[in-house]
Write a protein that binds this ligand. Structure first.
Ligand SMILES: C[S@@+](CC[C@H](N)C(=O)[O-])C[C@H]1O[C@@H](n2cnc3c(N)ncnc32)[C@H](O)[C@@H]1O
Length: 271
C-alpha cells in the first residue's frame, strides 16, 4: 500500500518538523526565498475523530489557546500559522508546503515534488493561491538537478517506509548540498531506536558539510521499539538564530508531547 501521510498529519513528528521549518524560513527570509519540497504530500489534511494528531498538535492547541504564549518564539509562530490556515475549519491541518508557502509571503516561491500523481494533484490545488510549481515525480532525483541561484531552503521529508530511504536521502542531500553552496537543507527523520539516526549523522560528519541535528525524543526508546519515539531534523548550513530557536522550542515541546511523564530528551549533534 502506498504511504499515506494523512494518518500521521499533525503527530509529534509533524509538529517538531513544522516548528523547525518555520523557524528556518523566518531566519532565511531576509529577501526573496525559494522553498524546495522534495516530498510534498498533499499539503492539506483533515483530522479524524481519533488519530495521531491528538498526541501531537492537539495537545499543543489545548495547552496554549489562541493568544497564550508557550514561551518559545518558534512554537508560538507555528501555532499562529496553523490557526491562521485553519480559520473556522478546526479539523484542518496544513502540511509543510502550505505552512511554508503561506509564511513566505508574496515575494517567496515554492517548488514541490510528490511521487503519487493523485496526491500531487491535491497539492497543486492546495498551493494554487501561491507562487511556484508542483511536479508529479521523484523529488530525490530532482535534488540533483536544481537550477543555480536564488536563496533557497530545501526540505527533504521521505516517508521512511523502506530502509534504503535512510541512505538514499542522505546521499541525495549531500550531493545536492555540495553542488548548491548557498542552499540550506532540512532533512527530517523518525526515531525508533538511535542506530539509524546516529548512522545518518555520521554520514554527514564524513561529508564535512556543516550541519546541526536536533532530536526530540518524547517516548523512552525501549518502550515500543517498532513505534516512533521521537524525530529529528538535520540542517545543513544551519543559520545560528534558527538553531537556537529550534533547540529552545524542543525543550518547550518535550514536556507537553511526552508520553511517559518527565521522560523526554533533546539531543544536539553538530559537524
Ligand atoms: C512524510 S510525507 C510528506 C509530508 C509533508 N512534507 C509534510 O510535512 O506535510 C512523504 C510524501 O513523500 C511522497 N514520496 C515518497 N517517495 C517520494 C519521492 N521519491 N519523491 C517525491 N515524493 C515521494 C509520498 O507519497 C508522501 O506523500
Amino acid at each position: 500500500m502506498a504511504y499515506e501521510h494523512h494518518v500521521h498529519a499533525g503527530n509529534t513528528g509533524d509538529v517538531f518538523k513544522h516548528v523547525a521549518l518555520l523557524a528556518l524560513a523566518a531566519a532565511l527570509k531576509k529577501s526573496q526565498l525559494t522553498v524546495v519540497e522534495s516530498h510534498g504530500g498533499s499539503g492539506s489534511y483533515t483530522f479524524q475523530s481519533t488519530g495521531e494528531w491528538q498526541q501531537g498538535v492537539g495537545r499543543l492547541l489545548a495547552e496554549w489557546p489562541a493568544g497564550a504564549s508557550s514561551g518559545s518564539v518558534a512554537v508560538d509562530r507555528y501555532l499562529a500559522r496553523v490557526r491562521r490556515l485553519q480559520g473556522d475549519r478546526d479539523r484542518f491541518y496544513p502540511g509543510s508546503p502550505l505552512l511554508l508557502a503561506d509564511a513566505l509571503g508574496p515575494t517567496g516561491r515554492i517548488w514541490a515534488w510528490e511521487i503519487d500523481a493523485a496526491v500531487a494533484g491535491r497539492l497543486r490545488s492546495t498551493l494554487a493561491p501561491y507562487r511556484g510549481q508542483v511536479t508529479a515525480g521523484d523529488g530525490l532525483a530532482a535534488l540533483a538537478a536544481l537550477p543555480a541561484g536564488e536563496q533557497r531552503l530545501v526540505h527533504v521529508d521521505p516517508p521512511y517506509a523502506d530502509k534504503a530511504e535512510w541512505t538514499d536521502g542522505a546521499a541525495a542531500v549531500i550531493a545536492s548540498a555540495r553542488a548548491h553552496r548557498d542552499a540550506v537543507y532540512a532533512l527530517w527523520y523518525p526515531i525508533k531506536r538511535l542506530a539509524r539516526p546516529v548512522a545518518l549523522q555520521q554520514e554527514f560528519q564524513s561529508s564535512k558539510l556543516p550541519f546541526v541535528a536536533i532530536d526530540l525524543i518524547t517516548t523512552p526508546l525501549d518502550t515500543a521499539p517498532d513505534k516512533m519515539a521521537g524525530s529529528g531534523i538535520l540542517i545543513v548550513r544551519p543559520p545560528s538564530s534558527a538553531v537556537a530557536d529550534i533547540a529552545a522550542a524542543a525543550t518547550v515541546l518535550g514536556p507537553v508531547l511526552a508520553t511517559h511523564g518527565a521522560a523526554w530528551s533533546v539531543r544536539v549533534t553538530s559537524g
